[in-house]
Design a protein around this ligand. Structure first.
Ligand code: PLP
Length: 396
């Protein structure tokens, strides 16, 4: 049985180019960039070459890039840093949304315990927040606005440029978790008015355990991992050079192929959405237009997402009910609740996140399997029986 992997928002397979770029660093190029000898300097050159090339992909400058162990670390460091530097000026207020990734939400929860006040903007039913909402929430003591570029569950793309403009005008630091955006849709830190941004390699066919921070010149970035002077003193620890080089190659490749991939992905995505909406009492989650090219997120009434996933897996289809971090817990997705779905509906969710490696045949197979599995689960569902008998009201 062929495996159809459509969980690319959780992680992606490395591209051939990314693997090829990594390989020399597993054996041949092993130097420590902090060493003054030739072996070390070869590694140092590779690292700095990658930094310059990585920066170019998001229209930043090399000295504005700091490499990290991934998206979670980048989010933690940016948010904590902006909060603590705000506090020095007496600013204790942060603005975010209710549907951020847990790397952001859990950092904010901790900061609340430490005395910060966080405003979580309501996310509209279409999965979007507006720049006006941000403008209205900004106070004289606002230290930071952190709003994700694109949502990892429902794929909605926020009006980042407008939000950045509002923050710039108000003189508030603006951070965005761009983990789902980088390599998938154009990201330009200058045009988008972004002060701080988080990226993770494994979401665009790079290796796991490596990511980056963009921190605009003039914005302070505090050190949280103490030790050596790596990353210009902002992040101690011998650099993951192979990972960084491989990530850079993956990002360059993703940016180069972005427009072509988007056309292919949107075609597959839209065929999936239209096909799956034919299932009665189903809905698409998240705005249809302001949406990542590879994201499909649906709810089917009367079923549990977990059951759906397991039965699809038995048919060789690897999808998700939401974020990889919440699966395994019985709570419905915080993202689906944030856009106003009732618990009963949010439980029956399915996220399909494509990559350019998927094919039209994969789409055909999914369009055949999902209605079968949804029908099978509904036949066994006491909730569905009540819905059918009219003892319970349909919510979709
Ligand atoms: C995956 C993801 C992260 C975490 O990145 P890691 O590199 O896995 O730590 C953060 N934010 C978003 C939106 C993500 O999708």
């Amino acid at each position: 049985m062929k495996t159809i992997y459509v969980d690319n928002a959780a992680t992606t397979a490395m591209s051939d180019k990314a693997v090829e770029a990594l390989t020399p660093y597993l054996k041949g190029v092993y130097g420590n960039p902090s060493s003054l000898h030739t072996v070390g300097q070869v590694a140092k050159e590779a690292l700095e070459d990658a930094r310059a090339r990585f920066a170019k992909c998001i229209n930043a400058e090399a000295k504005e890039i700091y490499f990290t162990s991934g998206g979670s670390e980048a989010d933690n460091q940016c948010i904590r840093s902006a909060a603590l530097n705000g506090l020095k000026k007496g600013k204790k207020h942060i603005i975010s949304t209710a549907f951020e990734h847990h790397a952001v939400l859990h950092t904010l929860k901790k900061l609340e315990k430490e005395g910060f006040e966080v405003t979580y903007l309501d996310v509209h039913a279409d999965g979007l927040v507006t720049a006006e909402q941000v403008a209205e929430a900004i106070r004289p003591d606002t230290a930071l606005v952190t709003i994700m570029y694109a949502n990892n569950e429902i794929g909605t793309i926020q009006p980042i440029r407008e939000i950045g403009e509002v923050c710039k005008t108000a003189g508030v630091v603006f951070h965005t978790d761009a983990v789902q955006a980088a390599g998938h849709i154009p990201v330009d830190v200058k045009a988008d008015n972004i002060d701080m941004l988080s990226v993770s390699a494994h979401k665009f066919h790079g290796p796991k355990g490596v990511g980056a921070i963009y921190c605009r010149k003039g914005i302070l970035l505090n050190t949280f991992i103490e030790g050596g002077a790596q990353e210009r003193g902002r992040r101690a620890g011998t650099e993951n050079i192979g990972g960084v080089v491989s990530m850079t190659v993956a990002l360059e490749e993703a940016v180069k192929n972005m427009a072509g991939n988007a056309v292919k992905l949107k075609k597959m995505r839209d065929r999936l959405i239209d096909g799956l909406l034919k299932i009665p009492h189903s809905r698409l989650n998240g705005d249809r237009k302001m949406r990542l090219p590879a994201n499909v997120n649906m709810c089917f009434e009367g079923i549990e997402g977990e059951g759906l996933l397991l039965l699809l897996d038995a048919k060789g289809i690897c999808a998700s009910s939401g974020s990889a971090c919440t699966s395994g817990s019985l709570d419905p997705s915080h993202v689906l609740l944030a856009i106003g779905l009732p618990h009963e509906v949010a439980h029956g969710s399915l996220r399909i996140s494509l990559s350019e490696d998927n094919t039209d045949e994969d789409v055909d197979a999914i369009l055949k399997a999902v209605p079968e599995v949804v029908g099978y689960l509904r036949n066994m569902s006491p909730v569905w029986e009540e819905l059918e008998k009219g003892e319970r009201k349909h919510l979709i």
